[in-house]
Design a protein around this ligand. Structure first.
Ligand SMILES: *Cc1c(COP(=O)(O)O)cnc(C)c1O
Length: 363
């Protein structure tokens, strides 16, 4: 069996794949009403929130765009805290829609410093919303969102979080940390295929939504909430098969228990980091903030990163991710989120050990 270890899409359990093959139902009929209600309840448990949770058809990036167009008006000031590719993307979506974006860019591989964010907010008093990536998939860094949220909420700003590669795998108590809009995506830790984004929307975010003047139609939260509450439906035809898959995956997740899931991710991540270091490879991210869903490994002198991943894929059926943008050729990334356990990590570490010398690495 292939070990698909990229940070999304992630492998799906066989039970989930079976659900993907279920016959279609009427998305305006009673079976779907019940299913959407149950899935929404399950999502709220994983998000640890009493806020509204909306299920939107689209990829994670669509979820990010939905947050922009539902909370802001053209000209609104935004502080975009970016620690990598996905932080940059969130800021550029806001810019595209006419927001006035100030970027706080952190050196890649490092986490955002809460004091630096505090200072940036102070220096930009007109800022309405602060965008933060919880887990930066491009660098393998997890921000200390608990500490960052204290700073942002302490200053009375709207906190909008890209949790696409963390929610469901790394603890993110939405209500406790006062997060206003939190976005995730189905193909990451949720163990289901790509196709849907989930977003939680706080009371304060709804107020911002009512005042927001960005153009929106497909992503309109008001319409999504109205349909969910009044009809138990989505306004548009949803990715019905992904909702099928989510009913099964959420049942599995809640049976395991979210705290156990977070612990499992912490264990496999530690095992990955320890194993990689033992092979003589340097970690890219600062270890104090290393992600529990993706490990970024620096490609050392002598190692042909392209050949390394190719041999792993062709001869060992281990699929790892490369680096993005300026990190292309400089790092490779191991995804360990969703359906993953210690045995999987052991397998891929063994394969990596065998392929390293083949691809030119000398310890
Ligand atoms: C995967 C990912 C995205 C993009 O999601 P798509 O589903 O590819 O649109 C955005 N942010 C983070 C942190 C991600 O990991």
């Amino acid at each position: 069996m292939t070990q698909l270890r990229v940070p999304g899409p992630t492998p799906c359990p066989p039970e989930v794949l079976k659900a993907m093959a279920w016959q279609m139902v009427n998305h305006r009929g009673p079976e779907f009403h019940q299913m959407l209600t149950d899935v929404t309840e399950g999502l709220k448990k994983v998000f640890q929130t009493k806020n509204d949770v909306l299920l939107l058809t689209g990829s994670g990036t669509g979820g990010l765009e939905s947050a922009v167009v539902n909370t802001l008006s053209p000209g609104d000031k935004v502080l975009s805290v970016s620690i990598g590719v996905f932080g940059d993307r969130f800021g550029s979506i806001a810019k595209t829609f006419g927001a006035d974006v100030t970027s706080l860019k952190v050196e890649w591989g490092k986490a955002a410093d809460p004091d630096a964010v505090k200072k940036a907010i102070k220096e930009n008093p007109g800022v309405k919303a602060v965008f933060i990536t919880h887990n930066e998939t491009s660098t393998g860094v997890t921000n200390d969102l608990g500490a960052l949220s204290k700073v942002v909420k302490g200053a009375g700003k709207l906190l909008v979080v890209d949790a696409i590669s963390s929610m469901s795998s790394i603890n993110l108590p939405v209500d406790k940390w006062g997060c206003d809009v939190v976005i995730s995506g189905s193909q990451k830790g949720w163990m289901v295929p790509p196709g849907m984004a989930m977003v939680s929307v706080s009371e304060e975010a709804w107020k911002a939504q009512a005042a927001s003047k960005m153009p929106r139609f497909y992503w309109d939260y008001t319409r999504a909430k109205k349909y969910l509450e009044e009809k138990k439906e989505n306004p548009w035809t949803p990715a019905i098969s992904i909702v099928f898959a989510l009913t099964v995956a959420l049942k599995m997740m809640l049976q395991e228990g979210i705290d156990n899931i977070f612990d499992r991710h912490a264990r496999v991540a530690q095992m990955t980091r320890d194993g990689v270091k033992k092979l003589g490879l340097p970690l890219f991210a600062e270890e104090s903030h290393a992600s529990n869903t993706v490990t970024a490994v620096s490609i050392p002198e002598g190692l042909d990163g392209k050949k390394f991943r190719q041999v792993l894929r062709e001869e060992y059926k281990v699929v790892l991710a490369g680096g993005q943008q300026t990190l292309d050729g400089k790092i490779f990334r191991i995804g360990h989120l969703g359906m993953v356990n210690e045995k999987d990590i052991k397998e891929i570490l063994t394969a990596i050990e065998k392929v390293l010398p083949v691809a030119g690495f000398k310890k």
